[in-house]
Design a protein around this ligand. Structure first.
Ligand SMILES: Cc1cc2nc3c(=O)[nH]c(=O)nc-3n(C[C@H](O)[C@H](O)[C@H](O)COP(=O)(O)OP(=O)(O)OC[C@H]3O[C@@H](n4cnc5c(N)ncnc54)[C@H](O)[C@@H]3O)c2cc1C
Length: 510
C-alpha cells in the first residue's frame, strides 16, 4: 500500500482534504497532474494569461458537435484556486432546498446549511476570508468573518453609496486574500489589478496551495507527488474496492494503491476519469451503474457587464469589492417571481486585458474604455440537465455537451442590472455572456444524494457500491446555486475529512 488515503488532485477539494487529514496518524498521498505554478513576471501579464493561455491546460476538449475548444482551466498544485478571483461566498439556506424557475427546478440537497455551517467557519479561517457580517441581504446565519472586509477604493465607495440611494444593499464581497493580519512571515496582498484570473505573484491569494497543500505538507505523514496524471481506477473482481490507481508519471506508467481513494480532479476530469475506468465489474465506468456519471454538468450562466461614463475617470486599481444579492431570492418584479442571481465587481478591466481578451478595438479606444469603465460579473444558477454532460472517447479525450439553460432568468438579471447602471449615470452599458470554454465554475457531474438510483455518491461523498472511493471536488453538488462555488467545495471537503477520520477510527468498517 502506498498510503492510507490517496487523493487525486490538489485543488480546493483535494488540497483542503489533505490539510484536514494532517496529523491524523494516517499516511496521506496526494497525486497532482500539474506542477507548482512558477512565480515569474508573466504571472501578471494579461498577454501571457489571457492570450497565450500560459497557465491554462494545454489541451483541447470538444463540444457536442465535435468542435474543439480550449477550456479555461489550469492544472497546478492548488488547482484552479491558483487562478481564481478569490470571491468566497457561502451558499444561502435556500440553496439547499428545491427551487423553482420558469424552465424547471433545482433538487433539494441531502444536507442543509446547518450541516455545513461549522465547516464554512473553518474554511473561511483557513483561506483568510475577509468580509463583514450583516451586510449581505440574504446572508445565512453566521458569526463574524475571521478577517475584516477590504475597504472600497473611493470611486467604488461612491458607486456603493449610489446603489444604496436606489434602495439596494451592496455589501463588501467576501475575499480570500492574505493581508498579513496573523502571519507576518507571508507577503501581504497589495491590492493590485492582476488578481481575478491571474496567478498571484505575491503568493497572497488564499488558494489551495497556500492554505491547503503547504500546511498539509507540514504534517509528517503527508506526501505530494506532482506531474502524476491518474487515468484509470481499477477495482477487484467484485467491484467493491478500488485496488489500483493507474497513472502516467514523468518516468512512465505506474500503479498506486491505498486503503481509501479520494477523487478530486475537478468536476469534468473526475467524471472523465470514472468514465474512462470501464472494467468488467463496471462496464459503463466506475460507480456508473445508473449512467449518471458525467451528467448534470453545471457551470453557471456568467456574463461580464461593462458600464462606461466618458465624463468620469475610474482610477480604481483593486475593484472587486462590491457584492449584490438583492435579486438572489426574488427578482422583485411581480410579473417574474423567480430568483435572478448574484452580481459582483470584476477585477478592473485594463487596456491590456481588453487587448488580450481579443476585444479588437483600436488601442486608443481600449484605453478610453478601460479608463472610464466600471466592470461587473453577473451569475445565474444553471439547472442540472442530464443531457449536459461529460463524455470520454476511447482515447480518454473529453467531450462536453452543454446547452445553456435558465437563459430567460439570466437575461432578466442582465436587463435589470443594465437599467440600474444607466440610472447611476452610465450611458454605455455592454454585456457579454461566457461560452462553453468558461468551465471555471464546473460542478455537478458526480452528484451526491440518499438514493443510489438518483445519485452517484452517498451523503458522505462515498461512491454507491465502491466502499473505498470518495469524491470531494465540485462534482458532488446536485445544484450549483448562484454564488461562486469554491468555499462550498472547501467546506464539504472538511466535512468528508471528519467522516474519514471517524471511519478509520473504527477500522474502516462501512
Ligand atoms: C479564472 C477563474 C476564476 C475563478 N474565480 C472564482 C472565484 O472568484 N470564486 C470561487 O469560488 N471560484 C472561482 N473559480 C472556481 C474555483 O477555482 C473552482 O470552483 C475550484 O477550484 C474547484 O475546486 P475543485 O477541487 O473542484 O477543482 P480544482 O481546484 O480545479 O482542482 C482539481 C485538481 O485536480 C488536478 N487533476 C485533474 N485531473 C487530474 C488527474 N487525472 N490526475 C491528477 N490530478 C488531476 C488538477 O490539476 C487540479 O489541481 C474560478 C476559476 C477560474 C478558472
Amino acid at each position: 500500500m502506498d498510503a492510507d488515503v490517496l487523493i487525486i488532485g490538489s485543488g480546493a477539494g483535494g488540497g483542503t482534504l489533505a490539510r484536514a487529514l494532517g496529523n491524523s496518524g494516517l499516511k496521506i498521498l496526494v497525486l497532482e497532474r500539474g506542477d507548482y505554478l512558477v512565480r515569474e513576471k508573466a504571472n501578471w501579464s494579461a498577454e501571457a494569461v489571457f492570450r497565450e493561455h500560459r497557465y491554462h491546460a494545454a489541451e483541447d476538449w470538444q463540444d457536442a458537435a465535435g468542435k474543439p475548444f480550449r477550456p479555461i482551466t489550469g492544472y497546478h498544485v492548488g488547482g484552479n484556486t491558483k487562478l481564481y478571483g478569490a470571491a468566497v461566498l457561502r451558499r444561502r439556506e435556500s440553496d439547499f432546498r428545491r427551487r423553482r424557475y420558469p424552465e424547471g427546478e433545482t433538487p433539494e440537497w441531502p444536507i442543509g446549511y446547518e450541516d455545513l455551517r461549522r465547516y464554512y467557519d473553518q474554511a473561511e479561517a483557513w483561506y483568510y476570508c475577509h468580509g463583514e457580517k450583516g451586510r449581505d441581504p440574504c446572508e445565512p446565519p453566521r458569526g463574524d468573518f475571521p478577517y475584516p472586509a477590504l475597504a472600497h477604493e473611493p470611486y467604488v465607495a461612491q458607486v456603493a453609496e449610489a446603489l444604496e440611494a436606489q434602495g439596494l444593499h451592496p455589501f463588501p464581497l467576501p475575499l480570500a486574500l492574505h493581508r498579513n493580519e496573523t502571519e507576518p512571515r507571508l507577503a501581504p496582498c497589495i491590492r493590485c489589478d492582476t488578481c481575478d484570473g491571474f496567478p498571484c505573484l505575491m503568493h497572497a491569494k488564499g488558494d489551495a496551495e497556500l492554505c491547503g497543500i503547504a500546511p498539509a505538507l507540514d504534517s509528517p505523514g503527508t506526501t505530494l507527488l506532482t506531474g502524476i496524471r491518474a487515468h484509470r481506477l481499477l477495482t477487484g473482481p467484485d467491484g467493491r474496492l478500488v485496488a489500483t490507481v493507474e497513472a502516467d508519471t514523468p518516468t512512465g506508467p505506474r500503479s498506486f494503491s491505498a486503503r481509501v481513494v479520494v477523487l478530486s480532479a475537478g468536476a469534468i476530469n473526475s467524471a472523465a476519469l470514472l468514465l474512462a475506468s470501464r472494467q468488467a465489474a463496471w462496464p459503463q465506468g466506475l460507480a456508473n451503474a445508473n449512467d449518471l456519471v458525467g451528467r448534470h454538468y453545471m457551470c453557471h450562466r456568467n456574463s461580464v457587464c461593462v458600464a462606461v461614463d466618458p465624463r468620469r475617470v475610474n482610477p480604481t486599481v483593486f475593484q472587486k469589492t462590491i457584492g449584490i444579492n438583492d435579486f438572489y431570492e426574488d427578482s422583485g418584479d411581480a410579473d417574474f417571481p423567480y430568483p435572478l442571481g448574484h452580481v459582483q465587481n470584476l477585477g478592473k478591466l485594463t487596456p491590456e486585458v481588453l487587448e488580450a481578451q481579443k476585444v479588437h478595438w483600436p488601442e486608443e479606444l481600449a484605453k478610453l474604455v478601460a479608463r472610464h469603465s466600471l466592470d461587473w460579473w453577473l451569475t445565474t444558477e444553471d439547472l442540472p440537465d442530464a443531457d449536459n454532460r461529460v463524455q470520454v472517447d476511447e482515447s480518454g479525450a473529453i467531450r462536453l455537451a452543454y446547452t445553456p439553460n435558465n437563459v430567460a432568468v439570466h437575461d432578466r438579471l442582465l436587463r435589470k442590472w443594465e437599467g440600474i447602471l444607466r440610472q447611476l449615470g452610465y450611458p454605455l452599458v455592454k454585456t457579454q455572456t461566457m461560452g462553453i470554454e468558461a468551465v471555471a465554475h464546473q460542478a455537478g457531474t458526480v452528484r451526491f444524494g440518499h438514493d443510489p438510483d438518483r445519485s452517484v455518491l452517498d451523503v458522505n461523498c462515498r461512491a454507491h457500491g465502491v466502499d473505498n472511493l470518495y469524491v470531494v471536488d465540485a462534482s458532488f453538488m446536485p445544484s450549483i446555486a448562484a454564488v461562486n462555488p469554491s468555499l462550498t467545495v472547501m467546506a464539504n471537503a472538511l466535512r468528508v475529512a471528519e467522516h474519514l477520520r471517524a471511519r478509520f477510527s473504527t477500522g474502516l468498517s462501512p
